[in-house]
Design a protein around this ligand. Sequence first.
Ligand code: CU
Length: 145
Amino acid sequence: MKQLSVFFVGLASLVLASCGQGDVLFADDAVINLSPVDDNPSAGYMTLHGGRQDTELVSVVSDDVLRLEMHETVTTDGVATMKPLKSVAVPAGGKVKFEPGGKHLMIWGIGQGSRNLGLLRMTLIYANDDRIQIEAVIKKQGSAE
Ligand SMILES: [Cu+2]
């Protein structure tokens, strides 16, 4: 019995160590600001965390939307325009933020089920073929947060 518990302790510290080094490919802080007008796209933001090797985020998909694109806002001569992104580089151990005024997701036609739930499940697809499922919190306009 004693041996068994030592084994589990060893396993736990191993998992903690690998998280602490920032070498796990994942994403968090995913939020969507729901557009007040149904036909207009909603904007999504998140933070990508790089894994052990450099990779690229090549697509974001969801079963419960009409269309989802990665965009970047670029300001030229004081005029902000958006351009679609084919991919986003995610350096090893690095952090890439999707945030207002920069990279963002544009999402058309979020289903009523996800709206009611307040969560949208999305899958991030990377160039190395990793797929990561995340849930973005849907924020309605005028809500407390
Ligand atoms: Cu956009």
